[in-house]
Write a protein that binds this ligand. Structure first.
Ligand SMILES: Cc1cc2nc3c(=O)[nH]c(=O)nc-3n(C[C@H](O)[C@H](O)[C@H](O)COP(=O)(O)OP(=O)(O)OC[C@H]3O[C@@H](n4cnc5c(N)ncnc54)[C@H](O)[C@@H]3O)c2cc1C
Length: 371
């Protein structure tokens, strides 16, 4: 039986960032990924936004890791010449009644350490974005965009440089704690395998609740059961109608249908948010829903052609009517699983936070496991 010091299950942006960090100081780091290539699931089906941290409650992991991750990702992009842009973001109050919400976001952002936020009046917004018609806006200059694939290539290259091994087409189907080590069963390129690892990091995204259940955790009792919340995108054809990211004030499970320019300058609308029971990346929403939402703050959209683009699925701990849920990043030692680290519910801002999550997991490993 092969043996690993650390086995990371899942090679999305989070598993790769964790692998890059843990392999700096540790030999024998294996990443097990069921698909043919890394990053084929949520990490390549998202908006590519580097969030600034205004959307999450004070002291939550989402807030802390987002603010830190934004800085770390931008520094990494600068250092390794990974394309990114700090375009800035406007969160807009379309009606007077929404101004209170902007004020709450400003306060929350400041509580979380986002220091560069600024209110803009109607005319100031119009100067920056002539096609946007709103009462007031909150400007977040540090919000940016990045190409998720490029970021993943970077984390993968770092992990490889440190001798971490990525096993693709390798699906984990069983996990047992045997005398303080973990036996991991699965199928690799059509063949059954078992490896043993001292430490396991569960970075399995949409499958992370299943991995937690495999090792014997009661996911319902612990509140680890994931809900799948889908988001569709459309793309605005032709000339980009905005230069910055433009978001309405958030309502419901997502951040509201917003406008996101990509690095090529083209603009996407979305994602919306609706709960689903199956994983499918087909766009299921209507063009009408998107137009109606966006025309509330950008009437120009009525004259523009929009095309079906793509979709992504959020691994949400929060069910349809539940209050805020934070990321779960937890060493499960007190549940009889010394050396098993769970990462569950890593929805947005998981892309932004990825390098900070890598550091956070590495701190847990060094302080609690590798003593
Ligand atoms: C619509 C949408 C928009 C988003 N926009 C943003 C944004 O703009 N900014 C931002 O910061 N975040 C955003 N996010 C969130 C971000 O994309 C995720 O937080 C991040 O990609 C999660 O990465 P991950 O590595 O945890 O998961 P994933 O990318 O899903 O990776 C998990 C990996 O585990 C593998 N796996 C699962 N089960 C097994 C198994 N049994 N055996 C082996 N491998 C397994 C999967 O194949 C997969 O490759 C968005 C998400 C969605 C859905």
């Amino acid at each position: 039986m092969e043996s690993a010091k650390i086995a990371i299950i899942g090679a999305g942006v989070v598993g790769l960032a964790v692998a890059a960090k843990l392999s700096e100081k540790n030999e024998s780091v294996y990443v097990l990924e069921k698909n043919q290539k890394f990053g084929q699931e949520t990490s390549s089906h998202n908006s590519g936004v580097l969030h600034s941290g205004i959307h999450y409650p004070k002291n939550s992991l989402k807030a802390k890791l987002c603010v830190k991750g934004n800085i770390m990702t931008c520094d990494t992009c600068e250092k390794y010449r990974i394309p990114y842009k700090r375009l800035g973001k406007l969160t807009v109050a379309i009606e007077e009644e929404e101004i209170d919400e902007l004020e709450k976001l400003m306060q929350q952002g400041q509580d979380n350490g986002t220091e560069d936020l600024k209110f803009l009046e109607k005319e100031e917004v119009k100067k920056l974005e002539p096609n946007v018609e709103v009462e007031k806006a909150l400007l977040s200059p540090s919000t940016g965009i990045v190409e998720p694939d490029e970021l993943m290539n970077h984390f993968y290259a770092q992990a490889r440089k440190n001798n971490a091994v990525l096993a693709t087409e390798t699906e984990v189907t069983g996990l047992r704690n045997v005398n303080g080590r973990y036996d991991i069963d699965g199928t690799s390129v059509g063949e059954k395998f078992t490896i043993t690892a001292k430490t396991v990091v569960n970075c399995a995204g949409l499958g992370s609740d299943r991995i937690a259940a495999m090792v014997g955790l009661d996911v319902d009792k612990l509140g680890y059961r994931l809900h799948h919340c889908k988001g569709d995108y459309f793309r605005v054809a032709g000339k980009p109608p905005v230069k910055m990211l433009v978001y309405p004030v958030p309502k419901g499970a997502g951040l509201g249908i917003h406008l996101t320019p990509d690095l090529g300058g083209s603009v996407r609308l979305g994602p919306n948010a609706y709960y689903v029971n199956r994983v499918s990346y087909e766009v299921e929403s209507s063009e009408k829903e998107f137009r109606e939402d966006v025309e509330r703050f950008m009437p120009l959209i009525r004259e523009r052609q929009i095309q079906v683009d793509s979709a992504g699925i959020r691994p949400k701990l929060q069910g349809p009517k539940d209050p805020f849920r934070d990321f779960v990043i937890r060493h499960e030692a007190d549940r009889g699983l010394f050396g098993f680290i769970d990462l569950i519910g890593i929805e947005s801002p998981g892309l932004t936070a990825a390098p900070a999550i890598g550091e956070f997991v590495s701190e847990i490993y060094e302080n609690e496991i590798n003593r």
